[in-house]
Design a protein around this ligand. Structure first.
Ligand code: COI
Length: 360
């Protein structure tokens, strides 16, 4: 079935194109481009009705299973416009493969990666005028799969939509690349081993909102999650993986089932190793982080994610005590990783890892 999947292209009437938002006030995920991609799945036909069309609403039954039991998975990746208006995407295949890992865990159908990649490239090319340039602005791409069968039994849906929408974005955090402040919670947990913490499913984010709200009220940007059993091992930050530079070693928690395997996380590990930096994937307790902060061996802390790229952490708060990291300033390694990743993504730097896909 997949082999025969045709992708129809139905372009917007040029008169109906939306006005582009001002590039200096994009925020994150507030505007959407003129086109989208949609394809449908059911047991009989597999993936079918693949179409690039003008951005539009769906007409879904109120009983669509995603509304009730949350069978929803998504990805986040970006397209960039480099010199000479060349368009690039960063590791798109890895995102689609990760989506298939999510699909497996959530009993949803596998995506035909090569077909989706083809559709994605065509979609990005069609809406290329929406890719912002300058000052870290990019085109954020959101592939999503949801269960649409109208039924209330708790079981896998027999019908799904897979769609891709795109949004021109600025920095994810109001702080931009400036250091953020994170709130370590031992009251709430994000994920347990055996659960769905390692997959990108909507419910993980829904479950995180209350802790994030409390963190915001206390003046913090994001939540740092601890493990659900002992509440002492560091896991990840709200929308990012986390790294600690201690005594010149880069430490990040291992992918042991409750942490999302970030593509930026993997890129940072590869980059740092290629620079001769020792990277250790190991469990680290919040007490170890505090001890390192107190004896000044904690040199840098930063989060990594598609939306956030590299986000330096200048301060954290745990059990009502505040800890300032490296005088609250952006560390040298965070800056170097940010600059290098951006240069690779914009095509201004060699791409020794073959992460970049050129479009057009
Ligand atoms: C991403 O970094 O792409 C994410 O998915 C984070 C998002 C929830 C804002």
């Amino acid at each position: 079935m997949w082999e025969d999947l045709e992708i129809a292209v139905n372009k917007i009437d040029p008169e109906k194109c939306k006005a582009k938002p001002p590039q200096d006030a994009l925020g994150f995920g507030n505007y959407f481009t003129d086109h989208m991609f949609l394809m449908k799945w059911d047991r009989e036909n597999g993936w079918h009705d693949a179409e690039i069309s003008p951005y539009r609403n769906f007409n879904l039954d109120p009983a669509a299973m995603v509304f009730h039991y949350g069978q929803a998975i998504f990805e986040g990746l970006k397209a960039y416009k480099g010199e000479n208006d060349q368009i690039y995407m960063f590791r798109p295949e890895d995102n689609l493969e990760r989506m298939n890992t999510s699909a497996l865990r959530m009993c949803m159908p596998r995506l035909p990666v090569d077909k989706v990649l083809k559709a994605l490239k065509a979609l990005v090319y069609l809406d290329r005028d929406w890719i912002p340039t300058g000052n870290g602005a990019t085109l954020y791409i959101r592939p999503t799969m949801v269960a649409v069968e109208p039924a209330l039994g708790v079981r896998p849906s027999s019908q799904y939509y897979f769609f891709i929408i795109m949004s021109p974005v600025g920095a994810y955090y109001a702080e931009g690349f400036n250091p953020t402040k994170i709130w370590v919670t031992d009251k709430y947990v994000r994920a347990v081993k055996g659960g769905v913490g390692h997959v990108k499913t909507a419910g993980n984010y829904a479950a995180s909102i209350m802790a994030a709200e409390e963190a915001h009220k206390a003046g913090y940007t994001q939540v740092l999650w601890l493990d659900a059993c002992e509440r002492k091992y560091v896991e990840e930050v709200g929308t990012s993986n986390i790294f600690f530079k201690i005594n010149d070693e880069l430490i990040t928690p291992p992918l042991n089932g409750s942490i999302l395997g970030g593509i930026t996380r993997d890129s940072v590990i590869q980059l740092a190793q290629s620079w001769g930096i020792k990277v250790v994937e190991k469990q680290i307790t919040i007490d170890e982080v505090i001890a390192a902060c107190n004896d000044n061996s904690l040199q840098e802390v930063f989060g990594t994610g598609t939306a956030a790229v590299i986000s330096p952490v200048g301060e954290f708060c745990y059990q009502d005590k505040k800890y300032v990291i490296a005088d609250g300033k952006t560390g040298e390694l965070s800056q170097r990783l940010f600059d290098e990743l951006q240069a690779i993504q914009n095509g201004t730097q060699d791409d020794p890892f073959k992460w970049i896909v050129r479009i057009g």
